[in-house]
Design a protein around this ligand. Structure first.
Ligand code: FAD
Length: 442
């Protein structure tokens, strides 16, 4: 146990100095730590890889690091069911699954998160027929506020299971996760620059006609980079980017040169529209095919802050034109592209796609550049479209506005009341977005 250790997240916009930092080696040690925290009157918070931009993982009590609970426990090739400890990083899981001839059906943009951290905030990728990572969860084991250990699934404690798939770290510490994987598959990726008006005019077909469609729009221009990922038939040969080409395109241009142009833009914001126009013109087509996780995810070395809202899928055009209007009216200078993705509806109470097919609009600002006006004004547009903020990305909503967009908000709170009535896993962020536990104690 360490005390007084400071912690900050990946983006560097959230910091904490927990009273204690603990790294349990097994579930028994974890339950003892939670019981000790109860005796000492300390709050407890598990932390993953710190890739959330919000204060969702902050604690001044006991910070639980789950690096010691990160093993693959079982992988059944016949059923595709895979059980891992909660601290397993996604990149290690992807490689282990590949070794077993398995893969997850969909992934987000990066693979640095832990499994529990990723599902807890509703991490998602893109794909009209697919939900976020949490929809692939089949069973969870959690340590609750009183130190008890419970498992839950669709048939065992179904209400807890339903809520805890996107649990915001509010219901307990997840110790193991069982995920539904499928036989490994390869994806063909097609990246093509397109003009924004053409993308918007053809959006329905682009989304419906591809298993995973997304696009990046470069503000101050009408240029986009579209990405279509579709499965290759089983046994078809893959055509990965050569190591040299991957280095030049992904590392040098997507990270190195992009980072340099962001730094130039931060120094001289007036240059940003010209830099974006140049970047937009330089975008090329490329097609490659590789095992799925290598196509879904890529490294992100340029640091930024981010806000992402899910809106009803049919509101996507209005959302994009709203963002463009904000940038123009507020005379903002934005070097980062706006990322637009799509997912199917799901049945998870606090998933951003709960009960509705969704489009996601992610806006970013290079680290160190002012983001407040951009995020505030775009948030107003998204709220007007019944938008729901990603739990791990910056936003300012509180419990009252969130309750109005989540039909099953009170169902989640009822579960929380049952499993954590004293708010052992609460923190100021959860008090804001869910309401404080004091309110319900008396
Ligand atoms: C560069 C970058 C790219 C990203 N790309 C995407 C993307 O493509 N799609 C997307 O949806 N999101 C994306 N995100 C957001 C990211 O996936 C989420 O914020 C995710 O929650 C981060 O996982 P983590 O392991 O870092 O968790 P943390 O940020 O460390 O923690 C997140 C929450 O999970 C809780 N938690 C962690 N472990 C446990 C546990 N064992 N039990 C209970 N609660 C726990 C924490 O308490 C906290 O509340 C991105 C973020 C970054 C920085």
């Amino acid at each position: 146990m360490r005390s007084g250790t400071s912690w900050h997240n990946w983006a560097g916009n959230q910091a904490a100095r927990p009273a204690q930092v603990v790294s349990p080696r097994d579930v028994e040690e974890l339950t003892e730590l939670v019981k000790a925290a109860e005796r000492d009157g300390l709050r407890v918070k598990a932390i993953g890889s710190g890739h959330s931009f919000t204060a969702i993982g902050i604690t001044d009590g006991v910070q639980v690091r789950l690096g010691g609970l990160s093993r693959l426990l079982s992988a059944d090739r016949a059923t595709g069911l895979v059980t891992v400890e909660a601290g397993m990083p996604m990149h290690r899981l992807n490689t282990l699954l590949e070794d077993e001839g398995l893969a997850l059906s969909n992934l987000g943009d990066i693979d640095r998160q832990t499994v529990a951290g990723a599902i807890s905030t509703g991490t998602h990728g893109t794909g009209r027929a697919l939900g976020g990572l949490a929809t692939q969860v089949r069973q969870l084991q959690l340590v609750l506020g009183d130190g008890s250990v419970v498992t839950c699934s669709a048939t065992e404690r179904p209400k807890l299971f339903s809520a805890a798939r996107v649990g915001l770290g509010a219901l307990g510490i997840v110790t193991t996760v069982t995920l539904q994987a499928e036989p490994a598959f390869a994806l063909q990726a097609q990246e093509r620059p397109m003009r924004l008006p053409v993308v918007l005019a053809e959006l329905d077909e682009l989304v419906a006609g591809n298993e995973h469609f997304e696009f990046f729009w470069f503000p101050h221009t009408d240029r986009t980079l579209t990405k279509r990922n579709n499965r290759l038939p089983g046994g078809a040969p893959t055509r990965p980017l050569g190591r040299r080409r991957a280095f030049i395109e992904d590392e040098l241009f997507s990270n190195g040169v992009f980072g340099l142009s962001c730094r130039m833009g931060r120094l001289v914001p007036a240059l940003i529209p010209r830099i974006n126009a140049f970047t937009g013109r330089s975008l090329g087509r490329r097609t490659y095919a590789d095992v799925s996780h290598k196509v879904f995810t890529s490294p992100r070395r340029v640091r930024f802050v981010e806000m992402e809202y899910g809106v009803p899928a049919q509101a996507v055009q209005e959302a994009i034109t709203g963002i463009a209007r904000v940038i123009e009216q507020q005379r903002l200078r934005v070097s980062f592209p706006v990322e637009v993705r799509f997912t199917a509806a799901d049945d998870i109470p606090l998933s951003t796609a709960s009960d509705r097919a969704s489009a996601y609009l992610a806006i970013h600002m290079f680290k160190g550049q002012p983001y407040e006006t951009y995020f505030r004004e775009v948030e107003a547009v998204m709220k007007g479209l019944d938008g729901r903020p990603h739990w791990g990305k910056m936003h300012s909503l509180d419990a009252s506005s969130l309750r109005s967009t989540y039909k099953r908000f009170d169902e989640f709170l009822a579960v929380r009341d049952r499993v954590d009535p004293l708010g052992r896993f609460a923190n100021p962020y959860l008090d804001r977005v869910l309401g404080g536990v004091e309110r319900r104690q008396g």
